[in-house]
Design a protein around this ligand. Structure first.
Ligand SMILES: *Cc1c(COP(=O)(O)O)cnc(C)c1O
Ligand SMILES: [Zn+2]
Length: 402
């Protein structure tokens, strides 16, 4: 059996740089900032062809993941989702080199499975037996499933507006589930009261982001170890965006590829756009958004702990932050479904609207290779489906005449 090696070295505060022991359970830095996993990249001896020979899951990047012993890996078969060209739809909106990373196929139906697989595995390795988190639905469903697989208990707190299916997923995988009449911040206040349960809230533990960063690794590997020009991401807590940037930085340092980082685009809904507002004001951090509301529930996040890291990632790569209206993202969702047969979740569809609008303003000139993330399965959001063809009723065992 091939040897297993993680190059994890320590944890480091994303703001003040204080170092922490990675082999103890950790949450935030004493300054209140997320901790980031750092690796001893000099000790990574594998090449891209070694990686190519490994199984098609996210554990193929094990040197750059935090799990030290393969016996602690908790897996439901996550990773290596398709990177699909959207040539017809892309041509219609003036960006023919458009591709989608289809994350809806992951276990539990969203890319949250990546963070849960790595986060739960590492929690198991560190001897944690009970985890808690606030969630807009998908993260809770994913962590509850992986916790069940690991033999751990989970306590999930979710707003009552979260997609109903995610509630059922938590209940069926044995989570202790609390529903709150409020937003994710209110859920967070409740989860923080759960004494004796390890808090795995977004960026409050350091390993969810390590799982999510594998989206960035897969994109460049699937392109033949090459950077795309632009990556467009539906941004709530922003972990995926920060993670993709972190992955590409690590891969550049390793020399697995050369070139410039892609321009990173954060997409939000105009009903909840704190990062977009901060970006356009030139601020380093984002003020909380009042009365947040959008059909793209996974990005209904009024206040993000990693706001400064998201804004840095956008600015360092000459990217941009853009807000789109719910009506427009639903129209993009329907148009992409009829043109390509790719039915995106509302969050994913928001990236399509963003690409169309960035092309219209000239920020994109149409020659770029653009990768959008479809972060979840459309099947989780039956209420956003728009019928473009009438539903016909067959009566008396006969098809009606055309
Ligand atoms: C959580 C979620 C997002 C936002 O993810 P972050 O990385 O926290 O910004 C986007 N889309 C879907 C479907 C989600 O569940
Ligand atoms: Zn700090």
């Amino acid at each position: 059996m091939e040897s297993w090696h993680s190059a994890l070295s320590h944890l480091e505060c994303g703001r003040c740089g204080t170092r922490y022991d990675a082999d103890e359970p950790q949450n935030l830095c004493t300054c209140g900032t997320p901790l980031l996993a750092r690796y001893d990249l000099d000790r990574v001896a594998v090449s891209t062809s070694d990686i190519a020979a490994r199984p098609p899951d996210l554990w193929r990047y094990r040197e750059l993941l935090p799990v030290r012993d393969r016996r602690h890996v908790v897996t439901l078969g996550e990773g290596m989702t398709p990177l699909l060209p959207l040539h017809s739809y892309g041509s219609r909106i003036g960006v023919p080199n458009l591709l989608v990373k289809e994350e809806g196929l992951l276990p539990t139906g969203s890319f949250k499975a990546r963070g849960a697989a790595v986060g739960v595995s590492r929690a198991l390795e560190l001897g944690i037996e009970r985890i808690t988190m606030p969630t807009n639905g998908n993260a809770g469903a994913a962590w509850a499933a992986y916790a069940a697989r690991a033999g751990m208990r989970s306590l999930i707190v979710m707003p009552k507006e979260a997609p109903e299916i995610t509630r059922m997923e938590c209940a069926m995988t044995g989570a202790r589930l609390y529903i709150v009449d409020g937003l994710i911040g209110d859920a967070g206040k409740l989860a923080a009261q759960a004494d004796g349960w390890f808090n795995t809230s977004t960026l409050k533990e350091p390993y969810r982001i390590e799982g999510k960063k594998t989206m960035g690794m897969e994109i460049v590997e699937q392109l033949g170890w090459r950077m795309p020009d632009v990556i467009v991401y539906p941004t709530g807590g922003g972990v995926g965006l920060i993670g993709i940037r972190k992955a590409l930085d690590e891969i550049l340092t390793l020399g697995w590829l050369t070139g410039r980082l892609p321009r990173l685009v954060a997409v939000q809904s105009s009903g909840c756009a704190p990062i977009v507002r901060a970006y356009s004001r030139g601020s380093a951090v984002a003020a909380p958004w009042e009365d947040a509301s959008t059909v793209a529930f996974g990005i209904n996040v009024p206040s993000a702990l990693g706001d400064f890291l998201i804004l840095q990632a956008i600015r360092d790569t000459n990217g941009i932050a853009i807000a789109v209206d719910d009506a427009d993202l639903l129209a993009s969702q329907a148009a992409c479904a009829t043109t390509e047969g790719v039915l995106m979740c509302p969050e994913g569809a928001a990236t399509l609207t963003a690409v169309e609008q960035l092309r219209a303003t000239g920020w994109l000139d149409g020659s770029e290779e653009v990768v959008v993330l479809n972060t979840g399965s459309d099947l989780k959001y039956p209420h956003t489906a728009v019928m473009t063809e009438p539903v016909l009723l067959a009566k008396d065992g006969l098809l009606p005449r055309e």
